[in-house]
Design a protein around this ligand. Structure first.
Ligand SMILES: [Zn+2]
Ligand SMILES: [Zn+2]
Length: 214
């Protein structure tokens, strides 16, 4: 099924709304769509969404399609940031254009190249694809934030994800640099890790910004 970009954007917005309110629908006035919009008509004619009482709901097939769409969007964001180093608003804008190209198996290639990331640069979950499940099954766990490790686990630092220059310098001074080996020694009440011969303690906000390849 190939939807128009506009229709995909409605599915995405609906996914995000229902992800945030956990209710599986969005209020129509928050979505800024009207039942007579062509993009809405397109989704309704394929039985992907329905409008009832001022709310827009996913139908089961629509939810699956929304899941795939949001997955492509968040993979595109990762690609912009991790590989192409295009950040901030420009990265967000490019990701919105690029995501529409990530269908028919291109998403699998990108996901595999990025090592099946679990979250987008904004920390939102990327719904897993079959490629991710397969990678997990064979024990190739990809890149995860330090907070996902258990005490005693180790891995290689893949990248640091912070917009804050001071934090970045602090981490670099600890030897938290891509390619360095990191061992998590303790996860509570603070994160204590070893890099090289030194041990450091950081809070969970900072630990979430260190991405490790297990
Ligand atoms: Zn995002
Ligand atoms: Zn994957």
């Amino acid at each position: 099924m190939k939807l128009t970009d506009k229709a995909e954007e409605i599915l995405e917005a609906l996914w995000i709304e229902s992800e945030e309110n956990g209710k599986g629908y969005a209020e129509l006035d928050r979505m800024e769509i009207h039942p007579s919009d062509a993009a809405y008509q397109e989704l309704a004619s394929q039985a992907l969404v329905e409008i009832k009482g001022g709310r827009i709901y996913f139908r089961p097939e629509g939810k699956e399609e929304g899941r795939k769409t949001i997955r492509r969007h968040r993979l595109a964001e990762r690609l912009m940031m991790d590989v192409l180093n295009i950040r901030g608003e420009n990265g967000d804008m490019k990701a919105c254009q690029f995501e529409h190209l990530l269908n028919e198996g291109v998403d699998v290639k990108v996901c595999t190249m990025l090592n099946h990331p679990a979250t987008c640069p904004h920390g939102k979950p990327i719904p897993a694809g079959e490629c991710c499940e397969e990678a997990r099954r064979i024990g190739d766990l990809g890149v995860v934030p330090l907070t996902e490790l258990k005490s005693g686990d180790e891995g290689d630092i893949a990248y640091i994800l912070t917009e804050d220059g001071k934090k970045m310098q602090k981490l670099m001074a600890m030897g938290v640099l891509p390619g360095n080996r990191i061992t998590l020694l303790q996860a509570f009440p603070s994160y204590i890790f070893r890099v090289g011969f030194s041990e450091f303690a950081i809070d969970s906000a900072m630990a979430r910004e260190i991405f490790v390849r297990r």
